[in-house]
Write a new protein. Structure first.
Length: 318
């Protein structure tokens, strides 16, 4: 019900307050070279993400070729764009990872570490972006920005503790031991061991952190290129700050409503920087369309592999 209500609200706001004739005019006037460059950047992101995840799998003793990791990421990115739900895309990654021979505990552990590092980078970049934008907006908005930063930091710290702090794993084990089957509890212990083992590989984590930062920067530059192609004149730093904030909102939106909340946040942040709402809508729409186009190889790979929805659901449930 919440997802449906938020989606309905987003559609009503778009219908009520956006001049779609102006949006269409902006889309028709976009620079094709900017679109081509943005498409290349979006495609390179898939390879970078596959490279980043493969490093964590191999560091834990698993085997995963770069081609296979990129193959998986193309498919999960397409799923994420068409069915914006964390369970669907990550459940598909579990299923495909198992098909490529990655042990389940190692697979889940590497995914958790990757998500933790990516979330930490997103929180830090969003905090820096909000601090930068706080000087550009009215004073009453600054308190809200500080509250958002504080809440995101608390969530990030709790996430790190849940992933890495051994006493939390022990406490969870005591709670779960009598409530789940011995097989599932054994898997839980393997996942815990896989997570804790990464603490002994600081160089691996540092390299993955750098790659996570690079991935975020690719997405920010991608947005900036599209914006310039649409004729939006915003200096690079304010643009990067706004995109950093909306990237974090997108991550949170995936757990609540899906795609609409993140796109709406982008429109609001650009409005704070003086961008007309029609141009902001054109920007977010073009970004989504290009990322979907860059992910179409994933649709072909999904079709060719014969993956069924019940296969993904079973993988996510396991």
């Amino acid at each position: 019900m919440l997802k449906a209500a938020l989606l309905a609200l987003a559609l009503w706001l778009l219908w009520r307050f956006v001049d779609w004739a102006r949006v269409w005019a902006a889309l028709r006037a976009v620079n094709p070279l900017a679109l081509l460059l943005a498409l290349v950047l979006a495609s390179s992101d898939r390879v970078l993400m596959g490279f980043k995840w493969r490093q964590l799998v191999r560091a834990a003793g698993g085997t995963l070729r770069l081609r296979d990791a990129t193959n998986i990421y193309y498919r999960t990115c397409f799923t994420d764009l068409v069915f914006p739900n964390v369970v669907a895309s990550e459940g598909l990654r579990v299923y495909l990872g198992r098909r490529f021979g990655v042990p389940l505990a190692l697979l889940l552990g590497s995914m958790a570490i990757e998500r933790m590092i990516a979330a930490a980078v997103a929180v830090v970049l969003a905090a820096l972006g909000l601090l930068y934008l706080a000087a550009e907006v009215e004073p009453q908005m600054r308190r809200l920005f500080v509250e958002i930063i504080a809440a995101a930091a608390v969530v990030g710290v709790l996430g790190v503790l849940a992933v890495w702090w051994t006493p939390v794993h022990r406490a969870a084990g005591r709670v779960l031991r009598d409530r789940i089957s011995p097989k599932v509890f054994a898997l839980f212990r393997k996942i815990s061991a896989a997570l804790v083992a990464y603490r002994g590989q600081p160089s691996t984590l540092a390299i993955n952190l750098v790659r996570a930062i690079a991935g975020n920067l690719v997405q920010i530059v991608n947005f900036y290129v599209i914006g310039r192609g649409l004729g939006i004149e915003i200096p690079l730093l304010p643009f990067m700050a706004a995109i950093s904030v909306t990237a974090l909102v997108r991550r949170l939106a995936m757990h609540v409503e899906g795609r609409g909340l993140g796109e709406g946040a982008a429109v609001v942040m650009f409005a704070l920087l003086g961008v007309q709402k029609d141009a902001a809508v054109a920007l977010t729409f073009t970004h989504y369309a290009l990322w979907l186009l860059a992910s179409l190889p994933g649709a072909y790979l999904l079709f060719r592999s014969g993956v069924r929805l019940r296969d993904v659901s079973g993988a996510a449930a396991s």
